[in-house]
Structure formats: C-alpha cells, structure tokens
Design a protein around this ligand. Structure first.
Ligand code: HEC
Ligand code: HEC
Length: 271
C-alpha cells in the first residue's frame, strides 16, 4: 500500500509553494481590450459573483461596484488581494486563476467601479428608528452601543451587499456569514448553531465559538459560554438551517425592511 503516501506527498508539493509564495505580483494590464474585459467578466462570474454579486453590488462579500475600494486603492492592490487573499477573512487567494485571468478580472472589477452607485429604495434615518424600535441592539453593536451575541454591525455596509442584508433580515438561517479558519484552506460558515448533549447533563444549543479536535466552546442564547470535552458528549450536532436571529418577515413591513437595509448600508468603516 504505497500509493496513498505518494498522494499525500504530491499534495504537500503542490500546496507548500503556494503557502510561502514570495513571487512578484503579476503586472496590471496597461491597455485593456474588450477581450480582456470579457475574460475578466467570465472569471468574475465563475469565481467571484457568489460572494460579491453578479453585478458587483455585493453579497456575503463587500460591493465592488464602488469607485473607491476600502482595501484596494489601485489595480496592484486588487492583484495582491487575488494572489494572497485577505488573511483572517473569507476572501481567499484565487488559486484557480491564471496570471492572465487575475489581471483581466482586476480590470473588470475596476470597470464595475465606474458603474453608477446602487440606488436603494429605503431611508436610512427612518431605518435607524426601526433599528431602535425592533431592539436589534439586544444582539448587535453599532458604534460601541448594544451587546454582541450577533456580529458587530458598525461597518456592515463596507462588508456586505444590500441583497445579503435583506436576506439576513428576512431569512437569517439562509444568509450565512463566512469566516476563515486559520488551519483550513477554505472559509467556513460563522455563527453555526450546534446542539451538544453532555452525558448526564442538560442539552445546550448555541453558537459554535471555537472548535478543535478534542473540545468545543458554545455560546447559548442567554450569552453564557459552555466549554465541553468532546469525549464527555453523548451527541454533538450542527443545526445548519438554524439562526439565533429571529426572522423579521412577519413583524416588519416591506417599507421598514427597505429602511433598515438603507440604514445598514450606511454603516461604513471610517477611512
Ligand atoms: C467566499 C466569498 C468570496 C469570494 C468567492 C470572493 N471574495 Fe472577495 N472578498 C470577500 C470578503 C468577505 C471580503 C472582505 C474582507 C474584509 O475586508 O473583511 C472580500 C474583499 C475583496 C476585495 C476588497 C474589497 C474592498 O472593499 O476593499 C476585493 C477587491 C475582492 N474581494 C475581489 C474578489 C474577486 C475579484 C474575487 C473572484 C476572483 C473574489 N473577491 C472572490 C469574499 C469573497
Ligand atoms: C436574538 C439575537 C438577535 C436579534 C434580536 C437580532 N439579530 Fe441580527 N444576527 C444575530 C446573529 C446570531 C447573527 C449571525 C448570523 C446568523 O446566525 O444568522 C445575526 C446577523 C445579522 C446580520 C448579518 C451581519 C453580517 O455581518 O453578515 C444583520 C445585518 C443583522 N443581523 C441585523 C439585525 C437587525 C437589523 C436586527 C433588528 C431588526 C437584528 N439583527 C436582530 C442575532 C440577532
């Protein structure tokens, strides 16, 4: 049985140089042809639209159809992001793209930035009032106010697109924020709900805060942190469709949802 080890070796050989890449970045295109933009659009649709939206208006990832990007002032900065990813976030290095595709998709992202800004139907000031009335601050922090069972929303308008925010309000179990896991090459859903049944103890349902091979930490709905050795659990089960956030589909009307989305899209990082 020699061949499984060979496969492992082959994996190491292909992954190691990627992990320690110190190669010069591909140069941005100086003359962008229609064919380049077409190639860029194709790569974008396949590899980027899932998180940044087909039209660049954002999704789980930030909108790219903006004239200025927070982390990418110029083409070289975009290329750097595509080659190296943004460590600690769901933005992974685009390993499947060739150098040419990387430069083409960069020019395409720039072209998205020249599109007119997205027009949102709601009113941010009214949205602020809805936010207060619906007591969102019992689970969210904006600018230091509130408490934090859910994600901090201070700069959510720089991190997500309006369609994703709308889905978060209407169907929180379907809009899953992702985060990077340091020891895995892919992003994973954050705020996964798990059910843990300790031997001879009460079942705990809550958000998985951390997990390794032997232990798991769970924050329950009351905000209490539970830490378990997996060996002490009778059952440990993810509940992928569940969210601790209630859906506002039936408690807020269409106009209120529009206003909330407009308010949330204005929560931008200072820069
Ligand atoms: C799994 C989801 C995901 C995919 C797929 C993805 N991105 Fe991202 N991207 C993100 C997230 C999340 C961020 C924000 C990271 C942060 O700053 O916290 C981001 C940030 C960026 C930024 C910086 C934006 C800014 O406002 O400064 C650029 C540029 C970018 N991505 C381009 C791309 C391109 C081009 C592709 C396709 C090759 C791509 N991304 C694929 C999730 C993704
Ligand atoms: C009981 C706690 C709770 C309440 C109340 C709550 N949320 Fe949430 N919210 C969460 C959790 C937990 C998440 C993380 C994603 C998930 O589990 O669905 C979340 C996710 C979100 C997201 C997505 C954030 C991101 O970074 O992707 C938005 C936007 C949001 N909530 C807005 C609101 C608004 C607006 C209200 C009030 C109308 C509200 N939430 C009320 C717990 C709550």
């Amino acid at each position: 049985m020699m061949w499984p080890r060979l496969i492992v070796a082959a994996f190491c050989l292909t992954w190691l140089p990627v992990a320690s890449a110190q190669v010069p970045l591909p140069k941005p295109l100086t003359r962008v042809t229609a064919a380049d933009l077409e190639g860029g659009a194709k790569a974008y649709t396949t590899y980027c639209a899932r998180c940044h939206g087909l039209d660049g208006s954002g999704g789980m990832g930030p909108p790219l159809a903006r004239p200025r990007l927070r982390r990418a002032a110029d083409d070289t900065a975009i290329i750097d992001i595509l080659v190296n990813g943004i460590p600690g976030t769901a933005m992974m290095a685009a390993w499947s793209l060739s150098e040419r595709e990387i430069t083409q998709v960069t020019s395409y992202v720039r072209s998205l930035g020249r599109r007119p800004a997205e027009a949102l139907p709601g009113d941010p000031a009214r949205g602020h009032a809805v936010y207060a009335r619906a007591a969102c601050a019992t689970c969210h922090i904006v600018g230091g106010d509130g408490s934090g069972l859910g994600p901090d929303l201070t700069d959510v308008g720089t991190r997500r697109g309006s369609a994703f925010l709308r889905e978060s309000l209407l169907d929180p179990g379907a809009a899953r924020p992702e985060r990077a896991v340091p020891y895995e090459p892919y992003a994973y859903p954050a705020y996964v709900i798990v059910r843990a049944q300790p031997r001879g103890g009460a079942e705990v349902t809550g958000v998985r805060v951390n997990e390794d091979t032997f232990t798991i930490q769970i924050r329950d709905q009351q905000g209490r942190l539970h830490s378990f050795r997996k060996a002490d659990l009778q059952r440990l089960q993810p509940v992928p469709e569940m969210s601790l956030m209630p859906s506002y589909r039936d408690t807020l009307n269409r106009a209120e949802i529009n206003d909330l989305v407009a308010y949330l899209m204005m929560r931008r990082a200072a820069r």
